[in-house]
Design a protein around this ligand. Structure first.
Ligand code: AMP
Ligand code: MG
Length: 338
């Protein structure tokens, strides 16, 4: 290990549309969190175009993170990268950057699970210790909690992710993604002016949810042009958020945990925060929400989870650092949790 006053880990995130580099100390201080987001010209994420964006942005984002942290590359003791789950071309680009850095600096490499990282950054930043977590983003919708050595999945979407559902609807309504204003946030603004709750499909199957019927019904009404857009945005949010809240509440009642954590890009939504906060209160649990800068995909969460993994004996030799497109949460070793 390199000699340095403060041991630091650099983390690379590249699972989907964001390329992020974060730097965390081994004590859990986030020194930098730089990123560049790929904005498709039209439609959703094109994996190969996103990967090209990541390859082109890597140099600049790395430089930004190192200069913000005031860290020389030779001060880094560890390189972490998001090994999965995610889009193949995007994951491979981040993994290549991480392998090159680790080999050049001659420091260990550690592959991190992206979903675990969203939970760990939420815990680090809020102080939550053992929460029921609702992780909602562009590609994931999971209700989980730690039990018997692993994070267990209590409920999930059977089809599309919550963020994806909001994004597809927003795009169909003609909303444009801008830097600093994700589609979900634009939809949230319109929803705030909704006045009428329109009845839409509400699908909870056991502990899982399905959002595709809701999306189809909402876009069908949108195309008919008979409803106010604000009312549709409001109704879509109310239905989708109630579904994930219902499942989270049942996981909370079952596990009897005393904390709820909301994490992932959609965690920035005020209405969703309000709903989860109210179920937490009913169960005498503390409600925690990840700060906005760590809600969406970011390198800091990968760096911090890399520290947790490495300091508990996990490393990823380069020959085992292939990416895992469908690496499920409950398959991940988390030896730092007792
Ligand atoms: P991630 O996949 O974690 O990078 O998060 C991106 C997702 O979060 C996208 O689907 C965004 O539309 C969504 N998102 C970001 N801000 C908000 C918001 N305020 N309300 C709802 N969704 C949001
Ligand atoms: Mg993203």
């Amino acid at each position: 290990m390199k000699k340095s006053d403060v041991l630091c880990c650099l983390g690379v995130e590249s699972t989907a549309d964001d390329f992020g580099v974060g730097i965390a100390t081994f004590k859990g201080e986030i020194l930098a969190n730089a990123s560049s987001g790929y904005v498709p010209e039209e439609g959703g994420i094109h994996p190969r175009e996103a990967a090209r964006h990541h390859a082109e942005a890597a140099d600049k984002v790395l430089g930004e993170a190192l200069s913000k942290a005031g860290t020389k590359p030779t001060d880094l003791a560890l390189i972490a990268f998001a090994q999965g789950p995610g889009l193949g071309p995007c994951l491979r680009t981040g993994a290549t950057v991480a392998r090159a850095l680790a080999s050049y600096l001659d420091v260990p490499l550690v592959g991190v699970n992206h979903s675990v990282a969203h939970i760990e950054i939420g815990k680090l930043e809020t102080g939550a210790v053992d929460p029921v977590t609702l992780y909602v983003s562009g590609g994931n919708t999971l209700v989980s909690a730690f039990d018997s050595g692993r994070y267990r999945v209590f409920g999930e979407t059977l089809d599309i992710a919550l963020g994806n559902c909001l994004d597809v609807f927003a795009r169909t309504a003609g909303l444009k993604q801008k830097r600093g204003m994700p589609l979900g946030a634009a939809l949230e603004q319109l929803a705030a002016n909704g006045e009428k709750l329109i009845s839409l499909p509400y699908v909870v199957k056991g502990m899982d949810i399905s959002l595709s019927g809701l999306l189809t019904a909402a876009t069908t009404l949108l195309r008919k042009g008979e409803c106010r857009l604000e009312d549709l945005c409001y109704s879509l949010q109310e239905h989708a958020f109630s579904m994930v809240t219902e499942v989270t509440e049942r996981a909370l009642a079952h596990t009897e945990k005393k904390e709820v954590l909301l994490t992932g890009g959609v965690a920035a939504n005020r209405r969703l925060q309000e709903m989860l906060s109210s179920i937490a209160e009913e169960h005498d649990a503390k409600f925690n929400v990840v700060p906005r800068q760590f809600a969406t995909d970011n390198g800091a969460m990968i760096a911090w989870t890399g520290v947790l993994a490495y300091t508990h004996g996990l490393v990823t030799p380069v020959e085992e650092s292939f990416v895992k497109l469908r690496w499920r949460l409950e398959k991940v070793d988390v030896p730092w949790i007792k």
